[in-house]
Each structure stands twice: as C-alpha cells, then as structure tokens.
Write a new protein. Structure first.
Length: 421
C-alpha cells in the first residue's frame, strides 16, 4: 500500500489533471494506492476571499462565487469536452451545497468555524473532478470523504487529530476498502467534535497523507510536487542550490519547522514513529527519484538556508522596569497560545522579551491588543527571517548578510537565525 499526495499546483488545469491521472494509472497497476489531492490551483485562496466577503457581507461575494465556479467548470469542460458523464453531477451538487451555505444569513459568530465549513469545498470538488476523470479513463476508483475518517477536535483552522478515533475508523472501514480499490481522498479536512468540518491548517494535505500512511501502515508516502524534491534552499531566493537526495527524519523535521515550505511541519512525526519513508518527487519529471526522507540511509551533511518573509518582531517590556520573570513569561506565552500564534524565535533579557511571529491576517491584532494591556509593546513589521541550518561557509554567510540589515541573530546548535529588515 502506497500513499500519493498531489498538491494544488499539480491539478491547476486540465493538463495537470491528465498528468496526475497518468501517474496514478501507471503506478496503480503494481500497487494499491490511496491518493490525497488538494484543492485545484489557488482555489483555497479564492475560497478565503469568498469567506471574507461572506463574513463581512461584501457585495463582491456573488462575483467571487461565480469565478470559483467558472474556474472548475472550465477544467471540467476541457477534461470531458461535450460529454460530461452523469457521475460528474456530484461536482455540481457540491457547488450547489456551497452556494446554499453562502446564502444563509444566519451567521455563526466564529470566523474560524465558518472558514472551515466553507473552505473544505475546494478539496471536495477537486477530488470529485479527478476521480470522475479517472473513471472516464477506465481507472476504477473509490472517492471518499476524508471527513468521515479523520476525526479531530474542534480547534477550527488548526484542528488536532483525535488519534484513537481516527485509527479505529481507518483500520475498520478504510483499510479493507483500500486493499481492494484505488482510493481518492481529500487532504486538509476532517470532522470535529460536533460533526462539523474542520481543517488541519493551511497546506495541511501533506499531513493528511502522513496520517493515512501511518494508519494504513503504508510502505511509503510520496508527495508529488512542482519541484525536483527537497532543495537545500529556495532557488528563487538563493544561488547554487542543490537537491538533497537523502534526508533523515530529524533533519526534515527541523527544516520543515523553520519554514522550508516543501514539507508541512506536522508531516514527519507520524511517519518517523512508524519508520515509513517519505518521498518528495516531481510530477513534471516522473522518472527522477527526488528526495527520500527516512532513517534508512545516513543523511547527507547538509547546509540549508530557509527564507521566510512577512515576519513581525514584538518587543515586549514591563512598564515598571520590573524583571520579565516566570509569571510575565507564562502570561505572554499563554496569550500567544490562546491566539493560536506560533513563535519563530524568542529571546529575553532582564526587562524585555522579544519574539518573532508570522504576519497572519486577523491574528496578531488581538494578540497585540491583549499584550498592550499589560506591557509596553513595540511592533516591527515587514521583516524577513533567514535561517541557516548546518555549518554553512563564508559564501553562505556573505549571501545572507547581503539580503538586508540584520536586527537580531541567534544560534542554537545547528541552527542560526537572522532576523532582518
Ligand atoms: N488546499 C489547502 C491549502 O491550500 C491544503 C493543502 O493544499 O495542503 O492550504
Ligand atoms: Mg492547496
């Protein structure tokens, strides 16, 4: 049993869907596969706009829905020409369901809850289209609604998997099915405590693939991407980048944590625990082997550079020049937790605590407001964070310093962070 995961870029148009279908049909002959597919192209971003417009009652909502529908209809038209088969009605039913939801004026007050109820349609529609196209090509497959298998808590937009429930359902219901049939499933989505839709965090489909991989005891999980594999740095930002052939789980966890966007941070843990190799391969060059993350080979001695933009530095100090002691620290940390804000760096002196966070809309405003009720808070926005993982040489260091004025530098073990303007 293998798990394949295809991201939005792989199914951004009809050509993409055809290519994905080709990879699946080639490999499904020799192995049973469960395929996880994301929302098509940038449609999760499109849904985020729809959600915002709905929540704030903006007039452009109708137009945005129309764009979202047309985008998918265009792909369906390209795939099926004039003969859209009857089973594609499932897609139109989903679109209708989405529209009905958005027609409802009974607004739930929690933005994150509403977000999850709506955003899942990106993956539901996308997987229906791919499954339908595979059927047209004579490739028998079973579409499943992943919400019926991935049980989560109700922490919306960042739900945590309820492992016991999920394991029971997957082993009892999905395992027998997956041994008989090719399965097409969504990533990113799950079902919360009250049966409502939940999501695992943006770009969470890799994590879903890992969950299925672990619970189905897969021989491997393969993430098909538009890059050759895990590079030691983003070629758009850095020079002389290299593909990493083999990576240990630990190195992969660290790289993902610091923002190497090729692998979603949560993906590695479930696989490491069960020693299931993770392949990162290119859907554009299907012969190339890409990167294998596992503990089966000794990891190459790597130096990686990771760039993150849209960073915010919070400089938090006490008003009365008392020390930032355990009580203040504990208050600051729990405020961050309550606001679901993760720190990329933290640092403290006697009267000041600094932390660097991602600039995510709607999140830091509330956090800063609460902190300002108790502390002096300086906020510096628009910063970039460059993390060097591994020893690095003079060239690496020069390249990093040329990227901007360094405001803060911090070294812990293999990791050196540079926060810059
Ligand atoms: N479609 C979701 C997103 O774009 C999940 C994913 O692609 O992993 O964030
Ligand atoms: Mg996506």
């Amino acid at each position: 049993m293998k798990i394949y995961k295809f991201g939005g870029a792989s199914v951004k148009n009809a050509e993409g869907v055809k290519n994905v279908a080709q990879i699946i049909s080639r490999d499904a002959e020799s192995s049973s596969i469960l395929v996880v597919i994301s929302a098509m192209g940038k449609s999760t971003n499109a849904l985020e706009k729809i959600i915002n417009a709905y929540f704030h009652g903006n007039a452009e909502l109708t137009e945005l829905i129309q764009e979202f529908k047309s985008f998918h209809e265009e792909i369906i038209k390209d795939l099926f020409q004039e003969n859209t088969p009857i089973w594609m009605n499932e897609v139109y039913n989903l679109m209708l369901e989405l529209e009905c939801l958005l027609d409802n004026e009974n607004l739930h007050e929690d933005f994150d809850f509403i977000y999850d109820q709506i955003v899942v349609f990106g993956e539901l529609i996308s997987t229906r289209i791919v499954s339908g196209y595979l059927l047209k090509q004579g490739i028998i497959n079973q579409w499943i609604d992943s919400r019926n298998f991935i049980s989560t808590d109700s922490r919306h937009r960042d739900a945590r998997v309820q492992w016991e429930d999920t394991e029971r359902i997957v082993k009892n219901r999905l395992l027998p099915l997956s041994q008989k049939k090719l399965i097409i499933a969504q990533g990113f989505i799950g079902k919360g405590e009250k049966g409502e839709s939940t999501t695992l965090g943006r770009e969470g489909s890799d994590y879903s693939a890992a969950i299925f991989g672990k619970l189905l005891n897969a021989e491997s999980v393969t993430i098909w991407k538009d890059v050759p594999g895990v590079m030691n740095a983003d070629p758009k930002k850095f020079q002389n980048t290299k593909l990493i052939d083999n990576l240990s789980f630990n190195d992969a966890i660290e790289l993902a944590y610091y923002g190497a966007s090729v692998i979603h941070p949560k993906t590695i843990q479930p696989l490491k625990a069960s020693n299931i190799p993770l392949n990162v391969r290119s859907f554009l060059d299907t012969e190339a082997l890409g990167t294998c993350v596992s503990d089966n080979f000794s990891s190459s001695e790597i130096t990686s550079k990771i760039h993150k933009d849209k960073q915010i530095l919070l400089e938090i100090s006490t008003r009365d020049y008392t020390f930032i002691a355990e009580d203040s620290l504990s208050f600051i940390l729990s405020t961050l937790l309550e606001n679901k804000v993760r720190m990329n760096i933290m640092q403290n002196s006697a009267i000041q605590f600094n932390c660097v966070i991602d600039d995510r809309e709607n999140q830091h405003q509330r956090l800063i407001k609460t902190l300002k009720e108790h502390f002096n808070v300086e906020v510096k926005t628009g910063l970039q964070l460059v993390t060097l993982y591994g020893k690095g040489n003079e060239t690496d260091k020069k390249e990093i310093s040329a990227m901007g004025e360094i405001l803060l530098e911090q070294n812990i073990g293999k990791v050196t962070h540079h926060l810059m303007r």
